[in-house]
Every structure is written in C-alpha cells, then in structure tokens.
Design a protein around this ligand. Structure first.
Ligand SMILES: Nc1ncnc2c1ncn2[C@@H]1O[C@H](COP(=O)(O)OP(=O)(O)OP(=O)(O)O)[C@@H](O)[C@H]1O
Ligand SMILES: [Mg+2]
Length: 286
C-alpha cells in the first residue's frame, strides 16, 4: 500500500505510567508501550490484535487524544494530536455514555456540537439508532440498557457525526454472536460507502481478518508491533461466506501463530498461487 495517502503516523512512541509501589511510598515507572511505529493509510481498515495488557487501548487512547505519549508523536493529516476532536469518532473501552442523556440525546451529541439543526439531528440520529437495532429504546437512559445495548449506542454516537477516522476498541465484545455479525457487516458497509479510516482493536482473530485490510500483531512487555499482516481476501466480504474459505482459515491460522510467538509457514500459498509470505510485512520502519 506504499502509494496510499498516509492518514495517521505514530512515530517512536513510548508510553510510561506511574504506578504505586506495593511497598513504601512513591511510584514506579511502568513501560507499557515501547518503540511503537505505525502508519495508517487514508481509507484503510486496520486492526490491532495482541495479548491482554499489550497496550492496544493505551495506543487508541493516545490516538483519541485522551492520553499522551511519553515520547514520540502521533499525527493525523500531519497535525500533531493534542486532544480529542470531532475528526475522530471513538468507541473506547470504559468510555461511557452520558448517563444524563437518553439514547437519542447520546447519539445526537456530536451533531449538536457540529451545530446541526434540531430536525436534521433527529432524523440522522434515528437512522443510526435503527442501524444498531435500538428503535423503540430512543428515550431510555443508559442505566436502563444492557451492556451490549450501551455499546451499540456508543457505536451509533460515534458514527452519527460522520468523523473521518473511527477508533474502535473491542466495540462488539459485549454483544451476542448474531448481533456481532450484523454489526460487523454494517460497519463494513458504512466503511465501503464513506471511505473512513478505521483503527479497530479486537481479541477475535476471525473478526480482525474478516474486517481488515491489515492486521497489526502486537507483543507485550513492553507493548510493540511485532508484524503486520496484509489481508488480501477479496471484497466485499459481506456477501457469501468468506469465513468458511480455505484462504480465510489459513490467514487466521497465520495470525494465530504470530500471537503464539511462532512464525507461521512462509511457504504456504493462497488461491491464485500468491505466496502468502510476501503478504507478511515487518513492522514499518519510519
Ligand atoms: N493509567 C494507567 N496506569 C498504570 N498502568 C496502566 C494504565 N493504563 C494502562 N496501564 C497498563 O498498561 C498496559 C497496557 O494496558 P492496555 O489497557 O493498553 O492493554 P490492552 O492491550 O488494551 O489490554 P486488553 O486486551 O486487556 O484490553 C497494562 O499493563 C496496564 O496495566
Ligand atoms: Mg484494552
């Protein structure tokens, strides 16, 4: 994808946290993310996978502007990220809905900030409430919803104001398997129609392979990118049953092996005679 326009650049990111000492006073430094380099192309769907605690959410929080690198820099459209902004829609772990706002009011939040009129706000937010299957729940407050329903409101809220970049941290983790597939298909449809740049975190290898152009595999202690796998499966993937194809299984297996610290079977070929080894690229050196 070297001819693509680069939308997001993370360069030499280190992130240290201060954590309380178990004994005595004061804090220790904890290096959560180290030497993290990533380029995300405009309109790309990229997923981050890696073991729990490897720094996926830490990186997404930094992209969202809710947290800052200890060293290194992250730019979007060549502008340094200094805080949250409406160019990024976020569905983050632990980033709650506004408890004092109903479903409809949560979904229309970004539209209000953008100064969109009441009628239009109502119509746009209704479209996204329908999209995530929450029609009939418009006037409920977050405490009146299940975990999966809250998550769907967060997705609708992020999509409704049409940000260029979507940052999604395990957005479908709390929904049932059937709804998850529906939301994956809908996300792909929206992405295909709107050409958004999506950075997606998931623990599901299947989900990452199904959705993404590339999957970045992270390792832990400290968190960094180990390899990036190009997912050369045909699109659109919503039609047919691509998850059952042998190419899909093989790529899923490859990502699984990388997560197990293995290095896969580089001689394996996928349909059309392409050598999959050529699709496995090392961490982008910047
Ligand atoms: N505010 C914080 N203070 C101290 N340590 C933190 C803080 N936030 C994250 N960490 C540590 O940084 C590391 C990375 O955390 P992070 O939440 O990014 O992991 P993750 O890859 O998203 O994991 P999971 O898959 O479980 O969500 C962990 O070891 C975590 O304990
Ligand atoms: Mg996380």
């Amino acid at each position: 994808m070297s001819n693509e326009v680069v939308k997001i650049v993370a360069r030499n990111i280190d992130k240290r946290f201060h954590v309380r000492r178990t004994e005595g006073k004061g804090t220790n430094e904890f290096l959560a993310v180290k030497d993290f380099n990533l380029e995300v192309y405009q309109g790309e769907f990229i997923s981050l996978v890696g073991p729990s605690g490897c720094g996926k959410s830490t990186f997404l929080d930094m992209l969202a502007g809710l947290n800052h690198p200890t060293s290194g820099e992250i730019r979007i459209d060549d502008k340094l990220i200094t805080g949250p902004a409406l160019d990024r829609g976020i569905v983050l772990q632990g980033y709650a809905l506004f408890p004092w706002r109903t479903v409809r009011e949560n979904v229309s939040f970004g539209l209000e900030i953008k100064g969109i009129g009441k009628e239009q706000r109502r119509s746009i937010s209704q479209d996204f409430i329908n999209l995530v299957g929450l029609q009939g729940f418009e006037d409920r407050y977050p405490y009146e919803l299940s975990g999966g329903m809250k998550q769907r409101v967060a997705i609708a809220r992020a999509l409704a104001y049409d940000p260029e970049v979507l940052l999604m941290d395990e957005p479908f983790a709390a929904v049932d398997a059937q709804t998850r597939e529906v939301l994956q298909d809908e996300l792909l449809r929206i992405w295909e129609e709107t050409h958004k740049t999506i950075v997606f975190v998931t623990h599901s290898i299947d989900e990452a392979v199904f959705l993404s152009d590339r999957v970045a595999v992270m390792t832990t202690n400290p968190g960094t990118i180990k390899e990036i796998v190009n997912i050369k499966l045909p699109r659109p993937r919503r039609v047919g049953d691509i998850r059952s194809s042998s190419d899909f299984s093989w790529i899923r297996h490859k990502v699984w092996e990388l997560l197990q610290n293995g290095h896969g079977e580089p001689e394996k070929k996928i349909a059309g005679g392409q050598n999959l080894a050529a699709e496995i690229s090392p961490t982008v050196a910047l």
